[in-house]
Structure formats: structure tokens, C-alpha cells
Design a protein around this ligand. Structure first.
Ligand code: SAM
Length: 215
């Protein structure tokens, strides 16, 4: 898998910093994981632009600065187990894998999981487990999780995911109607309950029920 030229990479990292991605460990992870392999076909020459791009099954790979800001908001430590709902291209999961001990990622489209898995293998990221399923129910067999990231918009943070968060855990999720601007929120589970923090406006594809038809 070829890397971008140094100038392109520098501009990419500059765009991240100028949009608020300042955590050194997150920037290092995003420097190590090139976005190119996760963008296929006609959009591949735009992989290093700070913009969301179409991927298979009518889905999108998120804007890199939003990936960085969501990762930063999770405050991951190297011992953490992270659940990502919405594998998509696999780009976000690969970045999480550089920061956490283990990453579980789930998508309702089998094709996306299959393609992402091939990239994880090529990049030698053995600490990612990728699964096909409706992630709004989480992964009860692997729960609880230190961190949960949802990369599709829900009307409210899904109850099963809140239940699968460890005490002291953090979840980042875009909430709101799918056809409007949504709000990225961070939920912390404390001894007294749940603390909610509004982070910024975002726009994500919706969190849908059931399995997807592959296209
Ligand atoms: N994180 C991805 C990346 O790095 O490319 C981008 C994710 S894309 C914006 C949202 C993804 O959520 C889509 O791939 C979609 O199939 C998936 N999705 C939507 N509803 C889901 C659900 N209930 N369970 C699992 N995945 C879901």
C-alpha cells in the first residue's frame, strides 16, 4: 500500500491541528495510519482531503478532523478495550487500534466488514476484531467496554450501549435526526449516573436497525 508524498501528509496533519486535533498520541496514530487504503475507486485521489467521502453500500468514510476529534474525546489509554459501532471503511478502527489494547468494530454491512478486515490484515493490526451485526445492541459477550464510539447518528444514545459501558467509561456518539445537523455528545458513566457533554455539531449517516443489503 503506497503512502502519500511528504507534502500531502504534512498538509493533512496541518488541517487536523488547525481544526482542533491537538492530542499528540491521536496525531501520531493518524500519522501512522494512512487514509489512502480506506478510500477506493474514483475518490481515492481525494483521500488526504479533510472531507467525508463515499464508500461502498451507500455509506461514508468520516471527515479526518472529525475522526481525530472523536478519538481525542474518548481519552483512550493503552489498556482500554474499545467498541466501535459503524466500521464503514475501517479507518477509525485502525486509528483506535494504535491507541487501545483491543478494538471490537461492528457494521450491519457484511461487505464493508469484509473489505475492512482485509486492510486490517495488510496493516498488521491483530488487535481489531471485526463483526457483522446490528451494533445498536452492542456486543454483550465482550462487554463491558472502557470506551464506546458510535460513528452513525442515533436519536438518543442506545440503551444497550450505555449498559455495556464500564463505570468510569466514556462513550462518544452523534445524536439527532439523520437529515439535520446532529450534536456530537460525550457520555461519562460515573458512580452517580451518566454525565452528558455536548461537543460540536456534526453530520453522520443514520444508525439503522437490522442488517444491511450489500450493494
Ligand atoms: N467509522 C467509519 C470509518 O472510519 O470509515 C465510518 C462509519 S459510516 C459514517 C457509518 C457506518 O455505520 C456505516 O458503515 C453503516 O453501515 C454503519 N451502521 C449504521 N447503522 C448501524 C448499526 N445499527 N449497526 C452497525 N453499523 C451500523
Amino acid at each position: 500500500m503506497s503512502s502519500p508524498d511528504p507534502e500531502t501528509k504534512m498538509q493533512f496533519l496541518f488541517a487536523l491541528r488547525s481544526r482542533g486535533v491537538t492530542d499528540t498520541k491521536v496525531l501520531e496514530a493518524m500519522e501512522q495510519i494512512d487514509r489512502g487504503p480506506f478510500v477506493r475507486g474514483i475518490f481515492s485521489d481525494r483521500a488526504y482531503e479533510d472531507t467525508p467521502l463515499p464508500i461502498a453500500c451507500g455509506q461514508t468514510i468520516s471527515q479526518p478532523s472529525v475522526v481525530g476529534l472523536m478519538t481525542q474525546a474518548l481519552q483512550i489509554s493503552p489498556r482500554d478495550t474499545v467498541l466501535e459501532v459503524g466500521t464503514g471503511s475501517g479507518y477509525q478502527a485502525a486509528i483506535l487500534a494504535k491507541l487501545a489494547r483491543r478494538v471490537y468494530t461492528i457494521d450491519r454491512h457484511a461487505r464493508l466488514v469484509r473489505e475492512a478486515r482485509m486492510i486490517f490484515e495488510a496493516l498488521q493490526l491483530p488487535n481489531i476484531t471485526s463483526l457483522v451485526g446490528d451494533g445498536s445492541f452492542g456486543l454483550p459477550d465482550q462487554a463491558p467496554f472502557d470506551r464506546i464510539i458510535v460513528t452513525a447518528a442515533a436519536e438518543d444514545p442506545p440503551g444497550p450501549l450505555l449498559a455495556q459501558l464500564k463505570p468510569g467509561g466514556i462513550m462518544v456518539v452523534p445524536v439527532g435526526q439523520s437529515d439535520t445537523v446532529q450534536t456530537l455528545i460525550r457520555v461519562r458513566k460515573t458512580d452517580d449516573g451518566l454525565d452528558y457533554d455536548e461537543l460540536r455539531p456534526v453530520r453522520f449517516v443514520p444508525l439503522l436497525e437490522g442488517l444491511g443489503k450489500d450493494t
